[in-house]
Ligand binder design. Structure first.
Ligand SMILES: C[S@@+](CC[C@H](N)C(=O)[O-])C[C@H]1O[C@@H](n2cnc3c(N)ncnc32)[C@H](O)[C@@H]1O
Length: 474
């Protein structure tokens, strides 16, 4: 990590609260030579339960404070790679009409990787993760483990789209005389995952930019601003996490107060867990932006003007406003729909009977959906404990035997063409450990999905009960 931080300091990356020049960028204890670009506001630290490697506050930070400035010279963008290398620019220029900006950035990234130590980005590239867990890296077994049709479809669609992107870009990469290893789909997948999970937005390139050091911030779901204290709001200079500014630099800000040592987090956006998994390779057990979708018949979806992605269940089990409205309208006789539409659109309940019917429908829909899935929440929770344990196990065979998940594990090993006995008393091979990590993510996702449906059942049952009491009192 030190070579990266030194290299970045030389390029003017700085966490100094004061305006900086490349020569001023140094750790607090260092002499005049810039040994690190951070140390004043941020330090690199490990957060095993919240993203692994990340950035911690080096001192107490105020909300809205500038915590990192990355000048344009340090950003890895397609235009920068092409400006530095006319041969790459010429080849890409000829293929540009057939390629997306993301494909071009991937080719530029792989071209730099191919230069090895001769790449000016070498200190940055050598610190990038060697593997990722985004959805397109999931094999068939791991995709199946998602269990829910919609999620499986998202994974399969992402996979076929990345394959065709790679095929389309291969003639260009051959023209650039990439080494055979860099021409492989595996390399494309790695570069795609790097771009997907690490780029920051810039106005002049849809693919975004790779931002050395700035891409060490881990993610927290954007907060509800109402939770901030009033004096905080008064002293706010910035409400955003950051962006590319007129000063020709990417500037990143603290979006809340941080105590020294606390992890400083960015809000990448409001993502559901499936989207987080697709683009970033992780999910949050407590994601306020989670949306749980249930299969709705066409006659329900097509009623009214609500977009299909607004028809979901919140993490607390409550149906979304639009889903509730749609169900109220759908359960009203066709000849009465027009008459009640103003009530529907304002979000009012139509009648106790109508609301009861909706709750009963939700209960039965969620119960049927849960029944159709191959495993229960309780089973998944047990499997998660097992998967966690087995990844850290030094005695696999015994741990598998005692777990009650021998069968699941046998199917998993068979998929990988491994014998159960091969996992004797040593640790499992690396590719198996990585597959277990992705399997665990898939089980986590489906388990959260089922938990939300169960919450929806409880919520609807309790509401139906209250409505019945109301009816009886009338
Ligand atoms: C921009 S990078 C952040 C730095 C990264 N941890 C590293 O070591 O380079 C984004 C990646 O960090 C991980 N990550 C970020 N926030 C996370 C979180 N809250 N929980 C788990 N993983 C997270 C994911 O792997 C994600 O794709």
């Amino acid at each position: 990590m030190e070579p990266l931080l030194r290299w970045a300091a030389e390029l003017g990356v700085s966490d100094s609260p004061l305006p900086s020049s490349p020569s001023a960028a140094a750790a607090p204890s260092s002499s005049s030579s810039p040994s690190s670009c951070i140390g004043r506001s941020l330090v690199v630290a490990d957060f095993p339960d919240a993203g692994g490697r990340g950035l911690a506050a080096a001192r107490d930070l105020r909300r809205g404070e500038l915590v990192l400035r990355v000048p344009r010279a340090a950003l890895l963008t397609s235009d920068r790679v092409m400006a530095d290398d006319p041969r790459i620019a010429a080849c890409i220029g000829a293929h540009r009409p057939h390629l997306t900006s993301v494909q071009i950035l991937i080719v530029c990234l792989l071209a730099e990787v191919g230069k090895g130590r001769n790449s000016i980005w070498y200190p940055y590239l050598s610190q990038l993760p060697s593997y990722y867990t985004i959805l397109v890296t999931f094999n068939d077994f791991e995709v199946e483990a998602l269990q829910v049709g919609d999620a499986i479809w998202v994974a399969q669609k992402a996979n076929s789209s990345i394959k065709s992107d790679w095929e389309d870009a291969t003639p260009l990469m051959k023209e650039l005389e990439f080494k055979p290893k860099l021409l492989m789909f595996k390399s494309w997948l790695w570069a795609f995952a790097t771009v997907s999970s690490r780029t920051l937005h810039i106005a002049w390139d849809e693919a975004g930019c790779l931002c050395p050091v700035g891409d060490l911030f881990n993610y927290a779901a954007p907060d509800d601003t109402s939770s901030f204290e009033e004096e905080d709001i008064a002293e706010v200079e910035r409400l955003t996490d950051g962006g590319y500014e007129d000063s020709n630099a990417y500037c990143l800000y603290a979006r809340k107060k941080y105590k020294k040592g606390e992890q400083v987090l960015l809000g990448y956006g409001t993502y559901t867990n499936l989207e987080l998994l697709e683009h970033y390779g992780f999910l949050l057990s407590d994601n306020p932006n989670e949306k749980t979708f249930i299969q709705l018949d066409v006659d329900i979806c097509s009623i009214g003007t609500w977009p299909i992605d607004s028809l979901f269940i919140h993490p607390n089990g409550h149906p979304s406003f639009a889903l509730l409205c749609v169900l109220r309208l759908w359960s009203t006789p066709t000849n009465r729909r027009k008459a009640v539409s103003h009530q529907i659109y304002s979000g009012s309940m139509l009648s106790t009977e109508n609301e009861m019917e909706i709750m009963k429908w939700l209960i039965s829909k969620c119960k049927r959906t849960l029944k159709q899935l191959p495993t229960t929440v309780e089973y998944d929770e047990g499997l998660l404990i097992f998967l966690h344990k087995i990844q850290n196990s030094t005695n696999c065979r015994t741990d598998v035997k005692q777990s009650g998940f021998e069968q699941d594990f046998a199917v998993f090993l068979r998929f990988h063409r491994l014998e159960l006995d091969c996992s004797d008393n040593s640790r499992l091979p690396l590719h198996i450990l990585r597959s277990l990590e992705r399997w665990e993510l898939a089980v986590q996702w489906r388990c959260n999905y089922k938990k939300t449906l169960k919450k929806c059942i409880s919520y609807s049952e309790s509401l139906a009960h209250d409505l019945l009491l109301q009816l009886n009192q009338q």
